[in-house]
Write a new protein. Structure first.
Length: 211
């Protein structure tokens, strides 16, 4: 690395020549000079794909393993309020309570993204929310699987319908995440059995027993 010596803003050619001389000496030192290889001392096991796949081991997440998420409360805020959640995507927190836009939203499969503040209200009511991120155009088979899951999931014993919301969401660590109140589970691929077990475990388990 080239050593930079601050000689100040002295006038005259002598100062300029001294600057050049010092820089020349530094460039001749081991490892000096602008043409040196800055990676000579890099670890042999360095990640050659740094910056490539941002999803690899994102935040230490293990797909298929439930994550307990810190609770962020359950305050109702006016519709249109943008909540800054600590966990993204959220698993609790302030949310809207309104008819337009609907919050909570109706159960089912959605092709268009919903606002977080809408479906967090669903979580409070004991819904399971499944978010999907295809990183572009989704395969038709995945959309068909998710639609069928929303349509065929066992209904709530309390309310008589399945408390499930499935919607797209940009920026997930993995293609799928199932969310219940204060709990998340990421998946690398669609797995009906795993999703069904998560849903059965957490349906109607929100802090508020409501439709």
């Amino acid at each position: 690395m080239m050593t930079r010596v601050n000689l100040g803003r002295r006038r005259g050619n002598a100062a300029g020549l001294l600057s050049v001389f010092v820089l020349m000496l530094a460039s001749c030192a081991p490892g000096g000079g602008s043409g040196s290889n800055q990676n000579d001392n890099a670890p042999e096991n360095s990640n050659d794909n740094a910056g490539g796949n941002e999803n690899d081991n994102a935040d230490g997440i293990t797909p298929g393993v439930e994550i307990s998420v810190p609770n962020e409360g359950a305050q109702h805020v006016p519709a249109g309020t943008q909540v800054e959640y600590e966990t993204i995507p959220p698993a609790s927190g302030p949310h809207w309570s309104s008819a337009n836009p609907p919050a909570p939203v109706d159960p089912g499969f959605y092709e268009d993204a919903l606002e977080e503040e809408q479906w967090v209200h669903n979580l409070e009511h004991g819904y399971v929310v499944v978010l999907y991120d295809c990183g572009g155009e989704c395969e038709a088979s995945l959309l068909a699987d998710l639609t069928a899951f929303a349509d065929e999931t066992a209904p709530s014993e309390v309310f008589g319908y399945a408390k499930i919301v499935i919607a797209p969401y940009d920026g997930l660590a993995f293609p799928l995440v199932a969310i219940a109140w204060d709990v998340q589970m990421y998946l690398e691929t669609y797995d009906e059995a795993v999703l069904a077990a998560f849903f059965e475990k957490y349906q109607d388990e929100g802090p508020e027993q409501a439709p």
